[in-house]
Design a protein around this ligand. Structure first.
Ligand code: PMT
Length: 220
């Protein structure tokens, strides 16, 4: 094995947005660029981890990880994660997974014949919750993107989904999504810390060190 805080540990990371098809040419998505997740992947790699990166569509160059899996929709991301989660020691859900998807993608391009129209949506599978519920679950880290009441929602998410750690960021008004810098409020059962604004690379290094520390402390 190599050296580093995560030497020899398989770490599964999700990054970027998902795309939920409306018809062959349209989709629902969000403003995630993938920068945060790719930075977490690079930081885990630098600590000696065997990194598996499952990525939604981004404009970033593919990183030199052990396995790079590209997906489009939340359903595809769910399948890619579930096929690998039980063989990993740590799961880090950085992706901005769509919460809703069209009930059915139209087989043909929808015509603009109506003045007003609606798209019926249904919930996507909860990837993070399903990973946390596995019998042989990895040390499970969720992200939380909130426009308000960040710390309360982060603690609720930690307890509600029985996660090992939550990394929460303020989003909206140019924060979080697609920004170069970010800040995190990180909590775990029994503690928390604030990582102030810094380039995502730098922040990811700090987060990965915290994860390695807690991973060892819980004897996962
Ligand atoms: O990609 P960047 O431009 O660098 O931006 C980074 C980021 C803002 C996207 C990132 O830091 C971040 O906050 N990612 C989580 C975004 C998000 O969707 O948060 P959420 O609060 O909606 O979801 C909470 C958690 O549940 C996340 O770990 C998410 O991966 C997970 N989830 C959500 C829905 C779903 N169906 N399955 C999931 O696993």
């Amino acid at each position: 094995g190599g050296t580093g805080l995560l030497a020899g540990i398989r770490v599964l990371i999700t990054a970027g947005p998902t795309r939920e098809p409306i018809d062959p040419v349209r989709y629902i998505s969000n403003r995630s660029s993938g920068k945060m997740g790719y930075a977490v992947a690079a930081a885990a790699l630098a600590e000696g981890a065997e990194v598996v990166l499952v990525s939604g569509p981004t404009a970033l160059p593919p990183p030199q990880v052990h396995e790079f899996v590209t997906v489009e929709s939340a359903a595809e991301m769910y399948a890619a994660v579930m096929a690998r989660a039980e063989s990993c020691g740590i799961y880090i859900g950085t992706a901005a997974v769509a919460d809703y998807t069209p009930v059915a993608a139209a087989p043909q391009k929808i015509k603009k014949t109506l003045a007003e129209t609606q798209i019926a949506l249904t919930r996507t599978p909860d990837i993070l919750g399903t990973v946390a519920g596995l019998a042989r679950r990895p040390f499970t880290v969720g992200f939380a993107a909130e426009t308000h009441d960040l710390e309360n929602y982060a603690r609720q998410k930690l307890a509600g989904k029985a996660l090992d750690m939550v990394a929460a960021n303020q989003v909206g008004q140019g924060l979080g999504f697609d920004a170069e810098d970010n800040a995190l409020f990180v909590c775990w059962p029994g503690g928390d810390t604030r990582l102030p604004f810094a380039p995502k690379r730098r922040l990811a290094e700090q987060l990965v060190r915290l994860i390695a520390e807690r991973y060892r402390a819980t004897g996962s």
